[in-house]
Design a protein around this ligand. Structure first.
Ligand code: EPU
Length: 335
């Protein structure tokens, strides 16, 4: 059923109060098709968990929310298991389910807000793991032709927080399910320093995937605000990928500059560090600001507008550019 003049506040983790001219949820491809029949000429916006969007104004069109559920084991042997999951499933609940079933591979991605369908969209990643490491294929509905298509890993063209669905196929497909290949052995990735430190503090020498998940949940909870309590969309910016010469220039001034190897001989800098050095960490305006524990995260403390947050991000981008000659890019979709 399509409703009119619907508040999107419950549907975006920033908690921004805007209305959609029309709004509907769908829990199957059939339901999606019947809603799209009533689209008329309205602009269309597809929402998952609403954890990567900043609304700056009312949406003068049709917003549809993906609530397709499902969890199906489609292949399993002694080493691995393939699970096909509905795109509307809550990401963290899916991760917890896999941990309970001892399916390894997703534990480092615990507590990431959002839905399963959003995971390939921007190749979500944290603590040394990206979704492309466990991705097999996805099914998506093509809005233009009404046909369903399967995309392999190669066809998704995954990069750092990137996929073909943010570029060439932007706005053209609605992801309906995602298939992941997980490991049946207790294969873990604890290379990330903060995870090692957390395991050590607990005296854990042979961690299980549950231990890794608990460590990640503890680290995330200490650094990142819980969107149920404080409106936010996780990292607001991407970590910038720059030429080595830029890093060297910054290193002339600062003793320790966090950086990681990037593609094609480039380096990835920590946007949070750059923003903190530019003096923005913890800065608070009436009801919004920069989070005090992680400068990469912008927060809405109560009833800020999307415009407030967008202006803040523009000032941060300008300041970081002035100070370091590095232009930050937003990770969040501004609507
Ligand atoms: N740092 C600062 N100040 C800050 C924040 C970070 O100096 O305010 C420094 C840290 O001390 C560290 C470095 O920057 O040396 C990196 O920080 P952190 O480990 O917190 O990770 P990040 O690069 O800032 C990325 C992801 C996060 C993910 C973490 C952990 C992006 C845009 N963000 O953040 O993802 O959880 O790594 O793997 O890649 C998200 O996408 O919503 C998200 C939270």
């Amino acid at each position: 059923m399509i409703s009119s003049n619907t508040s999107l506040k419950p549907h975006n983790t920033f908690g921004i109060e805007v209305n959609a001219k029309r709004f509907a949820t769908f829990s199957s491809t059939e339901e999606l098709i019947s809603i799209l029949k009533e689209r008329n000429n309205d602009e269309l916006l597809v929402l998952g968990g609403g954890s990567n969007v900043l609304f700056t104004k009312d949406f003068d069109g049709l917003v549809i929310k993906n609530e397709i559920l499902g969890f199906e084991i489609i292949d399993q042997d002694n080493d691995s298991v393939q699970v096909k999951v509905g795109a509307g499933e809550v990401w963290h609940d899916f991760v917890m389910k896999c941990i309970d079933l001892r399916f390894a591979g997703l534990e480092n991605l615990s507590l990431i807000p959002g839905s399963v369908g959003a995971s390939p969209m921007q190749n979500i990643g944290a603590y040394g793991v990206e979704i492309k490491d466990v991705f097999v294929e996805l099914e998506a509905y093509h809005i233009g032709s009404g046909k369903t298509r399967t995309f392999s890993k190669e066809e998704c063209q995954f990069g750092y927080r990137e996929s073909i669905f943010k570029h060439e196929f932007k706005g053209q497909y609605i992801i309906t399910s995602v298939t992941y290949k997980l490991s049946m052995s207790n294969k873990i990735n604890s290379s990330y320093g903060a995870i090692q430190a957390e395991l050590k503090s607990k005296g854990i020498t042979r961690p299980t995937i549950k231990d890794i998940s608990n460590a990640v949940i503890k680290i995330r909870s200490s650094k990142l605000p819980n969107p149920k309590e404080i409106g936010n969309a996780g990292s607001f910016f991407k970590n910038p990928i720059v030429d080595k010469s830029i890093l060297e220039k910054i290193q002339n001034e600062y003793e320790i500059v966090p950086n990681y190897p990037g593609p094609e001989g480039k380096v990835k800098l920590a946007a949070g560090w750059l923003i903190e050095q530019a003096g923005w960490k913890g800065k608070t305006f009436e009801n919004y600001g920069v989070h005090k524990n992680q400068a990469l995260v912008l927060v809405n403390y109560s009833d800020a507008t999307g415009g407030n947050i967008l202006d803040l991000s523009t000032q941060i981008i300008a300041d970081v550019f002035k100070k370091f000659g590095v232009r930050l890019e937003r990770e969040v979709n501004v609507v």
